[in-house]
Design a protein around this ligand. Structure first.
Ligand code: HDD
Length: 737
């Protein structure tokens, strides 16, 4: 509301008008934070200040001020020479406000720009104590963590559900310093040597001329590179599998990828590979779902993570390690442990659980925490060390280096989210954005002026001491060991370990991606690569592309499959699963209420979907409508239930747009679409109280697997819940895709 001169009424300012009814007039205390939404702790569990300053939390004071603390009476009008005159240079507030705004953005991450994060805790089981002296792995030690999940290729504002590898980076704020485990949801990598990283990323990012496509691998430059550079074959195959399109960050495995070292109290070294195992199981979207979600809810994964944590459904992962003797060869059963394009099947080296991570708080400020968090593989603690994996070695350089540009200087470890919770006593000084006020005069060693402090520690006083591993005398070379030359045995292992439905998805993914390439030569080359993995895979993709299938070069070996690589077959908790309950005013509303409450009690999320918003049964026990036929889309639901047959929706707003000419009393086409998609995406579907007629109209066979019909709502829900344990109704594939 403004006065005649266009001034905003300022309570207490000279000449202010009575405020409008909507606008608060008195300064008030800020609302208390929602549960589990508090900002970073100002004091770490070890008593160290973390740098978070509650006084600088936004919107927490009564009066608006400049950055210098002067109170302001107007932030809506520039200071002008008369109401129609030019703006005066002396308007400090205008300049401060606009200058700060002009510099609000920082460069996005060169890879993994799109992400979402959460706070949590890690609790060691103590089972790693015999192989690692790291204090945070000891029994019952609780360590704060911050985890950032990400896609690799897309820009900061790109869609969550694209086909891509997902980053899984964990910062452990241990008592001995920060330990960063910067992994992915895929256990192998595209390249064996970090010097190739700019090449694979240039190939995967949008084309440099038009800057398209965004966040996609389905384009010529990506396939050009990965078909010429055959060590990328294994990772590419994982990307084309369901692992490339996770259902949720909460339902992904995480892998350290490289082989690391554990070091015990005596200095003995064991080689280890890190695994995060989600308590909810490993689940994926189907490709069509992922594509729809990219349009209707580009924030699908970000929302899912934040909603689950806010609702108290805290996701958990068990951290485990595969261990191998640290022999001079660093091989295990013929697998080179320094080759990051290789995994070790769990059947050969079981994953041994060493701790549990629970994510229990959302960040309170995306920029301060999720955007400014800076991971680095060199952030290690005593008890964990690196190996000579050439990919790992190059990463040790890249991560600090990239932050210098991204975060504007060398002092980013002082940002609250990056601060260690261990005492810091470094001799790093000055630089851009220095926030510490260092005391003393002698930031050098040796010194006598500051009493010789600080002193260096020894292994017995908690120093990080590198494993004194032998380095074989050799020539300087730009070469890889011969064992790195095998690029196809493990892709074949992965393919042979997939169930038929997973293979079907892989074939469809390659056919889609290569079908989006323009260059014929790239498609033909890709088929030659596929022929070296599996004849059937190659032939089926070739059929989809309308090209002849080439013969494999040489015989294909048949390694023993690794069932642990498959996502299909397990039974998993249905916690956090979203159940759509479709009803209108004439539905079985008692049944809706009962099912809604039972879904909630079972730790799942009920969403009532009706033709229009508001409430159902306003004069009885009202049921809040959470989605309408206009706002609901199948991708949001893990199962859909029909509590009756919603009345024909020809007159519903938007129904005619959804399907021209479907008026005249037909079931609302948006509901039919929802059911059709749920069916084709192999989701559990249930109906009672006459909902079966709508299923038939949607083309959903009542006797199909995973279609539950009849009985009471509670009985239908029970069966649907059972079906959700398997994640999808796998028997329904291949459906009408
Ligand atoms: Fe990387 C970010 C994971 C190889 C260079 N990487 C980054 C992130 C993850 C990974 C999860 C996002 C961290 C965050 O959320 O802030 N990267 C991996 C894995 C790799 C890998 C699992 C192989 C096993 N990366 C890799 C190589 C190089 C980089 C070989 C360079 C030679 N990665 C970077 C980077 C990034 C990064 C440019 C961008 C933003 C950042 O570091 O902080 O330094």
């Amino acid at each position: 509301m403004t006065d005649k001169q266009g001034h905003q009424p300022v309570p207490g300012a000279p000449g202010s008008l009575p405020p409008s009814a909507e606008e608060p007039t008195e300064p008030r205390e800020p609302l208390p934070p929602k549960p589990d939404q508090s900002g970073p702790e100002t004091v770490s569990p070890t008593g160290q200040p973390t740098g978070a300053d509650p006084a600088r939390n936004a919107q927490s004071g009564a009066y608006l001020t400049t950055a210098q603390g002067a109170r302001l009476y107007d932030t809506d009008h520039s200071l002008k020479a008369g109401p129609r005159g030019p703006v005066l240079l002396q308007d400090h507030h205008l300049r401060e406000k606009i200058t700060h705004f002009d510099h609000e953005r920082i460069p996005e991450r060169v890879v993994h720009a799109r992400g979402a994060a959460a706070h949590g805790v890690f609790r060691g089981y103590g089972t790693a104590a015999k192989v690692s002296k790291a204090a945070f792995l000891a029994k019952d030690v609780e360590t704060p963590v911050f985890v950032r999940f990400s896609t690799v290729l897309g820009s900061r504002g790109s869609a969550d559900t694209v086909r891509d590898t997902r980053g899984f980076a964990t910062k452990f704020y241990t008592e001995e310093g920060v330990f960063d485990l910067v992994g992915n949801n895929i256990p192998v990598f595209f390249i064996q040597d970090a010097i190739k990283f700019p090449d694979i990323i240039h190939a995967g990012k949008p084309h440099p001329d038009r800057e398209i496509p965004q966040a996609q691998s389905a384009h010529d430059t990506f396939w050009d590179f990965v078909t010429l550079h055959s060590e990328a074959t294994h990772h590419t195959l994982w990307n084309m599998s369901d692992r490339g399109i996770p259902r949720s960050y909460r339902m992904m495995e995480g892998f350290g990828v490289h082989t690391f070292r554990f070091v015990d109290a005596e200095g003995a070294s064991t080689l280890v590979k890190f695994h995060w195992k989600p308590k909810l199981g490993v689940h994926s979207q189907v490709w069509e779902e992922a594509q729809i979600a990219g349009g209707v809810d580009p924030d699908f994964h970000r929302r899912d993570l934040a909603d689950a944590i806010e609702a108290g459904a805290f996701p958990q992962w068990e951290l485990g390690v595969q261990t191998f003797p640290d022999t001079p060869e660093q091989m295990f059963q013929g697998i080179d442990l320094l080759d990051p394009t290789k995994l070790v099947p769990e059947e050969l080296a079981p994953v041994q659980p060493i701790g549990l991570m629970t994510l229990d708080a959302n960040p309170s400020n995306f920029f301060a925490e999720t955007e400014q968090v800076a991971f680095h593989l060199g952030n290690m603690v005593p008890g964990i060390d690196v190996t000579n994996d050439p990919l790992l070695q190059g990463r040790l350089f890249s991560y600090v280096d990239t932050q210098l540009t991204r975060l504007g200087g060398p002092n980013f470890p002082q940002l609250p989210i990056n601060r260690t919770h261990a005492p810091v006593n470094d001799m790093l000084r000055d630089g851009m954005h220095q926030t510490a006020v260092h005391r003393g005069v002698a930031p050098y060693r040796p010194n006598s002026l500051d009493g010789g402090c600080p002193f260096v520690a020894g292994a017995d006083t908690g120093a990080f001491v590198e494993v004194p591993a032998e380095v074989a005398a050799s020539r300087k070379v730009r070469e890889a060991p011969e064992s790195f030359d095998d690029h196809f045995s493990q892709p074949r292992l992965f393919w042979l370990s997939m169930t038929p439905v997973e293979r079907e998805h892989i074939v469809a993914a390659y056919t889609f991606e290569l079908g989006k390439c323009y260059e014929q030569a790239i498609k033909e080359r890709a088929l030659k690569v596929l022929a070296r993995i599996d004849t059937q895979l190659c032939e089926q993709v070739a059929t989809g592309l309308g090209l002849p299938a080439p013969q494999a070069e040489g015989a294909l070996a048949d390694p023993d499959p690794s069932p642990a690589l498959s996502q299909v077959g397990g039974v998993w908790p249905a916690d956090g699963r979203v159940i759509g309950i479709v009803a209108d005013k004439d539905a079985d509303l008692d049944g809706v209420r009962a099912v809604r409450d039972a879904v909630q009690e079972a730790g799942m999320v009920p969403l009532v979907v009706a033709p229009a918003g508001g409430v159902l049964d306003p004069d009885g026990d009202p049921i809040t409508v959470q989605r309408t036929f206009a706002t609901a889309r199948s991708i949001e639901f893990d199962a859909v239930l029909l509590a009756g047959a919603p009345a024909p929706g020809a007159d519903a707003i938007g129904a005619r747009d959804a399907k021209a000419g479907s008026g005249g009393g037909a079931t609302d086409p948006r509901l039919l679409l929802l059911l059709d998609e749920a069916y084709r995406h192999a989701k559990a579907i249930g109906a009672w109280a006459g909902g079966d007629g709508v299923l038939t109209s949607a083309g959903v066979p009542l006797d199909a697997p995973g279609v539950v019909n009849g009985g009471s709502g509670a009985e239908v829900l029970e069966q649907v819940r059972h079906l959700l344990g398997g994640h999808r109704v796998w028997d329904r594939f291949p459906a009408r895709v």
